[in-house]
Design a protein around this ligand. Structure first.
Ligand code: KG4
Ligand code: ZN
Length: 336
């Protein structure tokens, strides 16, 4: 079965063709990062306009690279939530148009479930149930994946997402958007014990995260040093930020895995590309005898392949969108 997957929830216009979910025949990503860099972050209206301009070309290329035409496709999967509303609307309406013109079924995909599915592409042996940390620019979730299309969110961020914290700390340090990858690079030569940064405390739910305190502490440290004319070593500060975020993400996920008895853990989302996060999970999982799954770096960030893959499982579960399918900016994984 061939699924065309379309993704436009943030600043990547992407399309891919999957065969039976995990066999990716093509994957095309058109990123807008260079343009948003000028503004230090994603400008929603610019993102929507670029999706509008690029989506047809990206989709045509995905079909051509796969050696297929629209007639060969069995269903069209599209990210409909969550994300920037104007950006999502472009993908949703484009997919609806394709389905209207071709008579193919439309399959809505929740963006976070797409990130989770990225692991099936690289590791087809991975099967639910397992525990998954999804950490991206907009989300930090600990999810029990009970089936390919059934999710139970047991932990979430109370304020900033892990990726947002990386990006805002990076911005304060003068790195370009998106800063997570720059912190990762700088951290390689830094001392993770150079600064005493706060570990946010979260009361109420032991699996919830909070990253805004860490972000504020980093911004204050940089401002105070600037006022005093003291130069802050960016490598050291990057190493400290990366170390704390990695530790928090890993500790909470391991705590949940221990308590709930999971012997299989996965990580997903843009932040799962971070070398510190990957090392922390590798160490903690090997100490506990937990089997760890991580997407390859090219499947950590937003892409169409993960949407085509999850679209396949949603299709098998009978999930269909009709003419009334709308984009939704905020939607829990459990509401789908
Ligand atoms: O999953 P994603 O591509 O988009 C969202 O759904 O949000 O995640 C993007 C986030 C950004 O915050 C970016 O800085 C972060 O993932 N990111 C990283 C790394 N690569 C991407 N953060 C830390 N280290 C990295 N190597
Ligand atoms: Zn994403």
């Amino acid at each position: 079965m061939l699924i065309l997957g379309i993704e436009s929830s943030c600043d990547e216009t992407a399309a891919a063709v999957s065969e039976n979910g995990t066999n990716i025949l093509s994957s095309v990503i058109s990123t807008q990062i260079e343009e948003h860099k000028k503004y230090g972050g994603v400008v929603p209206e610019i993102a929507s306009r670029r999706h509008c301009e690029n989506i047809l070309g990206v989709t045509k290329k995905a079909l051509a690279d796969a050696g297929k035409t629209l007639e060969d496709i069995d269903a069209v999967a599209v990210t409909y939530a969550p994300g920037l509303i104007g950006a999502l609307l472009v993908g949703v309406n484009f997919a609806k148009g394709l389905c209207l013109a071709s008579g193919k079924p439309l399959v809505p995909v929740h963006h976070i479930s797409g990130h989770i599915a990225a692991n099936y592409i690289a590791h087809p042996e991975l099967e639910p149930p397992y525990l998954c940390l999804v950490a991206s620019g907009g989300h930090s979730h600990i999810v029990e994946v009970t089936d390919y299309t059934k999710f139970h969110v047991i932990g979430r961020t109370r304020d900033d997402a892990a990726g947002e914290c990386f990006d805002k700390c990076a911005r304060a340090m003068g790195f370009p958007y998106p800063g997570g990858v720059h912190i990762d690079k700088a951290a390689q030569t830094g001392n993770p014990d150079a600064f005493d940064l706060p570990r946010p405390k979260v009361t109420g739910s032991e699996y919830d995260f909070s990253f805004s305190g860490l972000k504020t502490a980093v911004i204050n440290l940089l401002h105070n040093s600037q006022q005093k004319g003291i130069e802050i070593n960016k490598e050291d500060l990057s190493a400290c930020v990366q170390h704390i975020i990695s530790e928090i993400l890993c500790e909470k996920t391991m705590h949940a895995a221990d308590y709930l008895g999971y012997k299989t853990v996965a990580i997903a989302g843009g932040v799962s590309a971070n070398s510190g996060v990957r090392k922390a999970f590798e160490k903690a999982c090997s100490e506990r005898g937990i089997k760890l799954y991580m997407p390859p770096l090219n499947l950590c960030g937003d892409n169409g392949a993960m949407i085509a893959c999850q679209g396949y499982y949603n299709y098998l579960a009978g999930q269909r969108g009709d003419e009334s399918l709308n984009a939704v900016a905020t939607l829990s994984l459990e509401e789908i």
